[in-house]
Design a protein around this ligand. Structure first.
Ligand SMILES: Nc1ncnc2c1ncn2[C@@H]1O[C@H](COP(=O)(O)OP(=O)(O)OP(=O)(O)O)[C@@H](O)[C@H]1O
Length: 600
């Protein structure tokens, strides 16, 4: 109808405009207008409206729903019903038709609101504050919890869950005194008895409440946090209402919609799927739980938090020859020069240093788990951040189990566009060789300078391999960023924490191993670097080790990951990495609030 009228009106305008633009005489224009089909259509609409005003349509009967039941009973009584009768019965009994008929009857009877009991003639003073709330029960939870005042036995609304049925009514608030439920006085009852009344009631539920005068306006400002721990309400005996609880995992983004209760907050998981919020423990409750858990644990030596000291990774002397010296040719070949382009940080010795140091640490700390730390904060407040174009790029950190393909992906990305993507040039104490330049393959420094830099916390990572020191410095990262390039580093998971600074605003991508079958299929022809002279194929043991390491790294550090990229097909993974990094730099992302504050 709307579309039709719009069409008629636009054709009116079109015709009039047309006539005016042609500059025809008045009588001719009038003749044309009176003959126009749109004018007849408008007159017909006008007549319909007049007719509607004279005798508005009335429902033929206001009891269509009852009638349908009568018909269904009649059909049921037929001994051998025809197929039409059976179809009619099935149509009428469908919930949708029943709902339409019931709505029709409500409209026909103009029955739009609940019938409230008449107010008593003489109302006592306090009755003025009484509020009657009628909620229509559907399959959603009511979205409110109650508490009993142990001294007076009075029942109060404890909390109203955001987005739930009670909240959307806008008529029930925390602190309201509950007087009656469906005509049953509730004062002195146990909360369980009241819940039973609610369970037993069908259709509408009528609450009589005395609103809390001190009730705040209820407008709460949302706070966004990243969960740094896992939580399951069904395993938490202290939650006031497990059904209203919301489970979450480390790394989940949560919108905390209500923090008015110091112990139990209300939150939604982002991206928002549920309109109704759930109960989560407040930061202080979670912290005390963490502390309890921590104290209950048997004493463990957490070697993983021991700072790496020089010599930690010293490999026992083998034949006394340095790998770099022994495999010079392979080192050069594998490393860094393609089409006259130098890629720093891909040399065999540097990568083997990382692998040996990683293995050693992993073996020494399999029992440690970051979420058991009593010191870590259970929620990290986050805010959406859009990098201003004049600000340097965010540092991109690739994390992954050894041999998952982190180096391969990083190398391919840099080769793809070396003017945009770069890696930091590592530092080493090994002597410079013919053809090398300091600042290109490595920053060649003395052992004293290296140690000085270690003492001044200038390294993101460092260690020793076959008697020489290697490391990635923050200065080298800065150099890349200052040139306006995107700095892509490959770091060990334990190095994420010190890199999480306002200045670097790291974006962490976890490179994950694909499913077992695909891992073996895709790496069939791949070669892996070893400390022996030649590269070799993956063995079944390598695959098992890689899968386990990938699983453990994800389990332990997932709260720090901004993106998880499965390295299945190399080409696809590389393309995806390219787009993810672009997005990380150019689109709004959640970062810790502390990174977006003016002063660190
Ligand atoms: N998606 C893939 N498909 C096939 N081969 C791959 C894929 N990803 C990596 N590889 C190959 O697997 C081998 C190991 O990869 P890479 O050297 O990048 O591992 P890494 O994670 O950097 O390990 P490390 O730090 O120990 O060197 C390389 O030969 C690489 O070409």
């Amino acid at each position: 109808m709307d579309d039709g009228v719009t069409e008629v009106l636009s054709s009116v305008l079109e015709d009039v405009n047309h006539a005016v633009s042609r500059n025809v005489g008045g009588a001719h224009l009038l003749h044309e207008l009176l003959n126009a089909p749109w004018l007849r259509a408008l007159l017909q609409i006008y007549e319909c409206l007049l007719e509607f005003e004279r005798s508005p349509p009335t429902p033929l009967l206001p009891y269509a729903s009852e009638l349908s039941h009568e018909i269904m009973t009649a059909v049921q009584m037929i001994h051998c019903p025809s197929s039409e009768a059976v179809e009619l019965h099935s149509l009428l009994s469908s919930p949708h038709i029943q709902a339409v008929l019931s709505s029709h009857d409500s409209v026909a009877k103009s029955d739009y609101g609940p019938v409230l009991p008449p107010l008593p003639e003489e109302m006592p003073e306090d009755e003025e504050a009484m509020r009657i709330v009628c909620l229509v029960k559907n399959n959603q939870p009511l979205g409110a919890t109650i508490r009993r005042d142990e001294e007076t036995g009075a029942i109060y609304i404890a909390r109203v869950i955001h987005g739930g049925l009670a909240d959307r009514s806008g008529l029930l608030n925390p602190g309201d005194l509950l007087v009656e439920v469906n005509g049953n006085p509730v004062g002195g009852l146990e909360p369980e008895q009241i819940i039973q009344i609610l369970i037993n009631s069908h259709g509408t539920i009528l609450f009589k409440v005395i609103p809390d005068a001190a009730q705040s306006s209820g407008s709460h400002k949302s706070v966004y946090v990243r969960a740094m721990v896992d939580y399951c309400p069904l395993q938490d005996a202290s939650i006031p209402c497990p059904d209203a609880g919301m489970a979450f995992c480390r790394g989940d983004l949560l919108e905390v919609v209500d923090q008015s209760d110091g112990r139990w907050w209300q939150a939604r998981k982002l991206p928002c799927s549920a309109s109704c919020a759930g109960l989560i423990p407040s930061a202080s409750v979670l912290k005390s739980k963490q502390r309890e858990q921590w104290w209950c644990q048997p004493l463990q030596v957490h070697t993983c938090i021991r700072p790496l000291t020089l010599g930690d990774n010293a490999v026992p002397e083998d034949d006394g020859t340095h790998a770099d010296e022994k495999y010079t040719v392979t080192d050069e070949a594998e490393s860094d020069i393609t089409d006259g382009l130098y890629l720093a940080g891909f040399r065999r010795s540097f990568r083997l240093w990382r692998r040996t140091s990683y293995r050693r640490r992993r073996q020494s700390c399999t029992s440690c788990s970051p979420d058991t730390s009593a010191l870590s904060s259970p929620y990290e407040e986050v805010a959406l951040y859009q990098r201003p174009p004049q600000e340097s790029h965010r540092l991109v950190i690739l994390i992954g189990a050894t041999r998952v393909g982190v180096n391969e992906l990083r190398k391919r990305l840099i080769k793809l566009n070396p003017s945009t993507f770069q890696g930091p040039v590592p530092h080493t104490t090994r002597p410079i060789r013919a053809g090398e330049q300091t600042g290109r393959e490595y920053h060649f420094v003395t052992k004293e300078l290296f140690e000085y830099m270690v003492c001044n916390h200038r390294f993101v990572e460092y260690g020793e391999y076959k008697g020489q020191l290697y490391g990635t410095s923050t200065d080298a990262i800065d150099e890349v960023l200052k040139r306006g390039q995107m700095c892509i580093i490959n770091a060990e998971p334990h190095s994420i924490q010190p890199l999480r600074t306002r200045k670097l605003k790291p974006y962490v991508i976890f490179i994950k191993a694909p499913a077992a079958e695909r891992l073996r299929e895709t790496r069939r022809d791949a070669r892996i670097a070893t400390s022996c002279s030649s590269n070799r194929a993956f063995t079944e043991e390598d695959f098992v080790e890689l899968e386990e390491a990938s699983r453990l790294t994800e389990l332990k550090y997932k709260q720090f990951f901004d993106f998880v990229l499965v390295n299945d097909c190399l080409q696809d993974a590389c393309t995806q990495l390219f787009y993810v990094i672009q997005e990380a730099q150019d689109e709004a992302q959640w970062i810790p609030v502390s990174w977006s504050l003016e002063d660190e």
